[in-house]
Design a protein around this ligand. Structure first.
Ligand code: PLP
Length: 429
């Protein structure tokens, strides 16, 4: 069962959770001085419009009509009730997923790539440097830069560059230039390659390279696909639409909202619009890999967003900025830190966090594919694992729970991972 909104029902404003948080967000600190950063410190990296959104305390921020026009290529996305999965599980729970895989890049990432590139173009920037893990973010930025006529340099984490050649082809089709990270294009990359020519890379390393690139050129800005407040802000279209669609489905509020969490943008997108509903008993759940257990095992402290220590320090859950996660298939979940917003919610007990090893995650992915048909991205499959466990718990207790989750991306360019799982080559853990 699908619940579809009309194209005139795309949200007209993003929801800013800042005024609803348990306490005001701690300011990012300058990597050199340790003092709180101001707009001028961020100006070499981001356009002023995004810096303003990063620091805004306004509850609603209007979406420019030019951005809505592009979003309407695939938004609103469908809300689907997973009745066949429910039946297979024998659960009384009702499971709904917001299908973000229908975007051109196949994930939620274009929801923020489009406005980010729009604001950069409006301020005269002609080139973007960025990182990508699984390749989803790089695809989204390549797509958006192509639409707005900017050049795009993508630093793609080496482990994913090897695992996912077709993601690179996708980025190149949209005009992006893609290099395996660590690369020889930056000083930091050259240093790492000298120490270890087979470095598998990480999001933290790729961010260092993209930041170094952007800082070194006046025509270039940096774009980050997760973690920052403005990125989560742009993703709230997911939860805002879902709220409306759940009402159309005859539901009230969901009992639980679930999303996989790398840097927190997909989870923030589906969950943040429900933060004001916590009082009504809505639970929010983050799902991460046990091999990169930032929220479940990390410490809550100021840390750099990248490996080289070039970005401002943020107060967040972190495994240490030099932590290099093992090369699991969910490349988008291999990040040492987390969004300060998500971290604050978890720290204050307003959001739960669970972690799963990839074997059980792929088992859930295959169960989903064999009931609902769609083949999820490995990142998305983390959420599906938690959804299935929630639904089984509801079966045990006989509760008629409503479960909402973000189907953050399809796995059609992740089939090598499925091949490993189906033929007993997947390294669990
Ligand atoms: C399909 C998909 N889901 C989830 C994520 C996790 O990232 P984030 O926590 O920023 O949403 C990614 C990251 O690349 C992704 O590609």
């Amino acid at each position: 069962m699908r619940y579809q909104l009309g194209s005139d029902q795309i949200p007209q404003a993003w929801f800013n959770v800042a005024p609803h948080l348990p306490e005001p967000l701690a300011p990012p600190l300058h990597p050199g001085t340790g003092e709180p950063v101001g707009p001028d410190d961020l100006a070499p990296l981001f356009p002023m419009a995004l810096i303003g959104q990063e620091m805004s305390a306004e509850e609603w921020i209007p979406i420019p009509p030019e951005v809505i026009e592009v979003l309407s290529l695939w938004r609103p996305t469908p809300l689907v009730r997973a009745t066949r999965l429910e039946k297979a599980l024998g659960t009384p729970a009702r499971i709904y997923y917001k299908d973000e895989s229908v975007s051109p890049a196949g994930s939620h990432k274009p929801n923020t790539a489009v406005p980010q590139i729009f604001y950069n173009q409006a301020e005269g920037i002609t080139r973007i440097a960025t990182e990508t893990g699984a390749g989803q973010w790089g695809s989204a930025v390549s797509f958006a830069t192509q639409l707005y006529g900017l050049e795009c340099q993508v630093y793609m984490v080496a482990a994913s560059y090897r695992q996912k050649p077709y993601r690179r082809v996708m980025m190149e089709t949209w005009g992006g230039q893609v290099v395996s990270s660590p690369s020889s294009l930056t000083e930091f990359g050259r240093q790492l390659l000298k120490e270890n020519p087979d470095h598998t890379g990480s999001l933290g390393v790729a961010i260092s390279e993209a930041v170094e690139d952007a800082v070194g050129r006046a025509d270039t800005h940096y774009a980050l696909g997760s973690v920052l407040n403005h990125v989560l802000l742009h993703q709230t279209v997911i939860g805002l639409e879902a709220k409306r669609q759940l009402a159309e489905a005859g539901e009230g509020l969901p009992n639980v909202v679930i999303g996989s969490c790398g840097g927190g943008s997909n989870l923030g997108g589906i969950a943040l619009p429900f933060v004001p509903d916590r009082g009504e008993g809505v639970r929010l759940v983050a799902v991460e890999p046990t091999s990169c257990p930032t929220l479940t095992k990390g410490t809550y402290e100021y840390d750099f967003g990248d490996v080289a220590g070039m970005t401002p320090k943020m107060l967040m859950h972190t495994l240490g900025h030099d932590f290099i996660p093992p090369p699991i298939h969910a490349g988008g979940l291999r990040y040492h830190g987390d969004s300060p917003i998500i971290s604050s919610l978890v720290k204050h007990g307003w959001m739960e966090a669970v972690a799963y090893p990839q074997g059980t995650v792929f088992e859930a992915a295959v169960q989903f594919a064999r009931t609902q048909g769609s083949i999820p991205a490995p990142e998305t499959a983390h959420a599906i694992r938690a959804v299935i466990d929630e639904a089984l718990a509801a079966k045990e207790s006989g509760e008629e729970k409503v479960i909402l989750f973000s189907y953050s991306g399809h796995g059609l360019l992740d089939l090598a991972a499925y091949d490993d799982y189906l033929h007993d080559r997947l390294i669990d853990g």
